[in-house]
Design a protein around this ligand. Structure first.
Ligand SMILES: [Zn+2]
Length: 163
C-alpha cells in the first residue's frame, strides 16, 4: 500500500537540470505534479536565484542609504549585504509607524498632559532615529532583524538618554 502512494521520479526542471523527486498520491495525479515540478527551477538554481535577488535588493538598499546620508555598514561582505536590507526595512517601518502616530495624534482631542506626553514621544523618536541612522555595525542590524522597529527606536533612545 505504502509503495503505491509514493515513487521517485527524475524530473528535468526549467533550468535544464535533472532532479529526483518523490511524488506521492494517486498515480493519476502524478502527471500534474510532475509538470508542475518541470516548470520550476532545481534547488541549486533556485538558491542561486534567491541569492542574486537578495544581492540586487541589497545593492539598491545600500545606494538609497548612501544617498540619504547613512554611514557605510561594517562587517563581513555577507553580513553587510544582509544588513543593508534589514536597515532599510527597519527605518522604513519606523518612519511609517511614526507617520501613523502623528496622524492619530493630530486627529485626537488632547489634554495638556497628553500633549506633553506626545512632545516627549516626538523627542524620543527623533533621538532614537538619529541613533539608529548612525548605527553602522552590520551584526547589530542582523541581531535586531526580528524585533519591532518601534521597540528598537525606543530602546536606542533610552540608551542614548542614559549616556
Ligand atoms: Zn538547475
Amino acid at each position: 500500500m505504502e509503495g503505491e502512494t509514493m515513487a521517485k521520479y527524475t524530473i528535468k526542471r526549467r533550468c535544464g537540470h535533472d532532479e529526483v523527486h518523490n511524488i506521492c498520491g494517486p498515480v493519476k495525479d502524478r502527471g500534474g505534479k510532475a509538470e508542475w515540478l518541470e516548470s520550476g527551477l532545481c534547488r541549486r538554481c533556485w538558491l542561486t536565484e534567491q541569492a542574486e535577488a537578495r544581492q540586487t535588493t541589497s545593492v539598491i538598499a545600500a545606494a538609497t542609504s548612501k544617498a540619504n546620508g547613512l554611514p557605510a555598514l561594517s562587517g563581513s561582505t555577507k553580513q553587510v549585504e544582509w544588513a543593508e536590507i534589514i536597515r532599510a526595512e527597519k527605518l522604513t517601518e519606523i518612519s511609517t509607524h511614526y507617520a501613523q502616530m502623528l496622524e492619530k495624534w493630530a486627529s485626537m482631542d488632547l489634554t495638556t498632559s497628553q500633549t506633553e506626553q506626545i512632545e516627549r514621544g516626538k523627542v524620543m523618536f527623533a533621538t532614537g532615529l538619529a541613533a539608529l541612522k548612525s548605527e553602522s555595525r552590520a551584526a547589530w542590524w542582523i541581531d535586531n532583524k526580528d524585533r519591532p522597529g518601534r521597540l528598537i527606536v525606543k530602546e536606542v533612545a533610552e540608551e542614548k538618554a542614559a549616556k
